[in-house]
Write a protein that binds this ligand. Structure first.
Ligand SMILES: Cc1ncc(C[n+]2csc(CCOP(=O)(O)OP(=O)(O)O)c2C)c(N)n1
Length: 647
């Protein structure tokens, strides 16, 4: 029987010897590889953080002590030794364990997280709360080198240095973001790792000098001299100047060194930054050789490291959808095509070149592609500057991460009326990454902003057409599209020309008007066919524009009398709300209106197709909902009632 099978709680590892801990680390890696090669998911970062997880739980008394992980996909070893081992095979599956930290999985995860750079602020809050309650908990925040560059993390660093709480920050430096890291901070961290000798030398020298008469003032003087040459040789000084005590770098795979260091650090007061160096993908050759590919991977063959199925660019497991092409692929190809025509087009990504499909553009036009790192706010800011300066920026970003840059959209783009294109990928239900990653709020938060135009394509071909249209506009344009491809039906072929504020009628009908947005167009067409079999004649419109809304379409729909709006987004404030507001503005009286979308609440994780069904956005559920509603709304009509299934 393996050691891992005996670990039900963190206290079970405390009696283990160093050789046993090493064996446990190996077994954990085997478990990670077995599970993730079968299911797909985040892998390389967790492989690199196994010893860190063990050492932390060995030294600290979680959950009394607070171990708080940024995001959490790198802490699967933490899941395995905190009572979740038996459910690990359900990772990211519907009803199973989350692929991130999750507050509902027990006391060891304090927050449900998935967005990077948040942990320093929340850990600071925990430390301050403990201080107020006169507690004695240790608070440890674990953050990756790329996430440290997030605006929120830098704001927290600044504040921690000011407040000087008892807080241990562990910088888990694997020298990688998803892709290679970006920027001066990562260069600086790299220098710290490659020049550790100087750091040791400095501390030894300080101890020696302090023993001399007037030694302390000599040390102070020495530090001043150091400051004047800090650009060269002073590791950790940036953190020290911010108010931290900087320690490290140490080898994050050497359990003995890690545990000894953590035991020592545990006794220290004030903010400490412990810099540890780890290898992303540690212990699995293919992941060490190509950590970017193994950051998050589809199911693969353990022996060869090759995927079991054909990969979809910019998509996760099983995301290709029907019709072969994904939205991300169409975006990627069209961006290059437009880049050939528009020499001022600049593509921007915030640390997601592969996921957003920008990497092919970067390979073709290296000087016209900017990876700004994990810095969504900055991505929008730089886009504004570029646009004002005459370039044509396209910011490729996931819906969920765009939330980070909301004020920049208002203040830097919309208020300035700048022609920036926001290519918003993963808008809608994203699947296995769950509530932190679903892109369900963008319509509500974007459509209230003046000067912005907001569109959504029904399929990848229409996304291309919308990009071609958007590049000609003199105002900000946001294009939202989902993960993967179309979810049902066959692609309709070449889309009609995109015209500002104009929808695309797809099917005529006299009983109902189905106004569908983006990913809901094909399910609406499918539902219309099914409704016809129920005796309901439904008109279907591909709305295309949330803003400016096609008012002719709204008027025409109102005349039908029964209007159903369909969107893969939160209903509150969404496309349906826009249509409803338009009825009021147009003073059209009395159309019955059913708004279909996501209700108020967070949606769990699971396959995209499963979630669409669970949220009753698949064609069959849509048909039932619409028929039932229509029957209730138009009691005189000769309709067969379709029973509503229990939700
Ligand atoms: C705010 C935000 N932006 C982007 C992402 C997408 N993302 C997930 S992991 C990651 C890289 C993180 O690198 P690092 O912090 O160094 O951690 P590592 O995986 O290397 O341990 C990125 C960009 C995110 N989760 N959150």
């Amino acid at each position: 029987m393996s050691l891992l099978q005996h670990i039900d709680r963190p206290s079970d590892i405390k009696a283990l010897t160093f050789p046993e801990l090493s064996t446990l680390a190996r077994e954990i890696r085997e478990e990670l590889l077995k599970t993730i090669s079968a299911l797909g998911g985040h892998l390389a970062s967790s492989l690199g953080a196994v010893e860190l997880c063990l050492a932390l739980h060995y030294v600290f008394e979680a959950p009394d002590d607070r171990l708080v992980w940024d995001m959490g996909y790198q802490a699967f070893a933490h899941k395995l030794i905190t009572g979740r081992r038996d459910r690990f095979h359900t990772l990211k599956q519907l009803g199973g364990l989350s692929g991130f930290n999750n507050k509902d999985e027990g006391p060891h995860d304090l927050f449900t997280t998935g967005h990077g750079g948040t942990v320093l602020s929340t850990a600071l809050g925990l430390a301050m709360a403990d201080d107020q309650l006169k507690g004695s908990r240790h608070v440890v925040a674990i953050i990756g080198d790329a996430s440290l560059g997030e605006g929120m993390a830098l704001e927290a660093l600044n504040h921690i240095g000011h407040l000087k709480p008892n807080l241990l920050v562990i910088l888990n430096d694997n020298k990688m973001s998803i892709a290679p890291p970006v920027g001066g901070l990562s260069r600086y961290l790299n220098r710290l790792i490659t020049n550790p000798i100087y750091n040791r030398l400095r501390l030894d020298l300080e101890q020696l000098v302090k023993r001399l008469p007037h030694g302390t003032s000599l040390v102070r003087m020495g530090r001043k001299v150091e400051e004047s040459i800090k650009g060269f040789l002073v590791p950790g000084l940036v953190f020290e100047e911010l108010g931290f005590r900087y320690l490290g770098p140490i080898d994050g795979h050497n359990l003995r060194e890690l545990i000894t260091m953590l035991k020592n650090v545990k006794r220290l007061k004030g903010p400490i930054l412990l810099h540890i160096s780890t290898v992303k993908g540690k212990g699995y050759r293919f992941a060490e050789e190509d950590p970017e590919r193994f950051h998050k991977i589809e199911p693969f063959d353990l022996a060869t490291g090759q995927l079991k199925a054909r990969p979809a660019r910019g998509s996760g497991p099983g995301a290709r959808g029907r019709g072969g092409t994904t939205f991300s692929e169409a975006f990627s190809d069209e961006l290059i095509r437009l880049g050939e025509i528009h020499r001022r087009l600049v593509a921007i990504t915030a640390a997601m070149p592969e996921g957003t499909g920008v990497s092919a553009f970067a390979a073709r036009f290296p000087h016209r592609c900017l990876d700004v790192g994990m810095a969504e706010q900055h991505a929008l800011g730089i886009a504004a500057g570029l646009a004002r300066g005459g370039a044509r920026p396209v910011v490729a970003i996931y819906s969920t991460f765009l939330q980070r840059a909301y004020d920049q959209i208002m203040h830097e783009l919309c208020l300035q009326e700048l022609p920036v294109i926001l290519a918003i990928d993963r808008a809608g239900l994203v699947g296995e990454d769950g509530p932190t990653h679903h892109g369900l709020f963008d319509i509500a938060y974007l459509r209230v902003l003046p000067s912005l135009m907001l569109v959504s394509p029904k399929d990848p071909a229409e996304l291309r057409a919308m990009l071609q249209w958007a590049i000609e506009q003199a105002r900000p344009v946001a294009i939202r599209y989902p993960r993967g491809g179309i979810v049902c039906g066959e692609p309709l072929g070449r889309p009609s020309r995109v015209v500002a504020g104009k929808s695309e009628p797809l099917r005529s009908g006299k009983d109902l008007a189905l106004l569908a947005l983006g990913s809901m167009v094909y399910p609406a067409l499918d539902a219309a066919e099914r409704l016809a079999r129920e005796g309901l004649d439904a008109m279907v419109v591909n709305a295309r524009f949330v803003k400016p809304l096609d008012l002719d379409m709204v008027r025409q729909a109102a005349q039908v009398g029964c209007v159903v709006t369909l969107e893969e987004a939160q209903v509150a404030g969404g496309f349906g709300s826009a249509v409803s507001e338009a009825f009021e503005a147009l003073e059209v009286s009395g159309p019955a209106h059913l708004r279909i979308g996501l209700p108020d609440g967070f949606v769990e994780h699971g396959k995209r197709s499963e979630l669409l069904e669970r949220c009753r956005l698949d064609p069959e559920s849509l048909t039932q909902r619409i028929a039932r509603w229509s029957h209730a709304t138009r009691p005189s009509a000769d309709l067969r009632l379709v029973a509503e299934p229990s939700a």
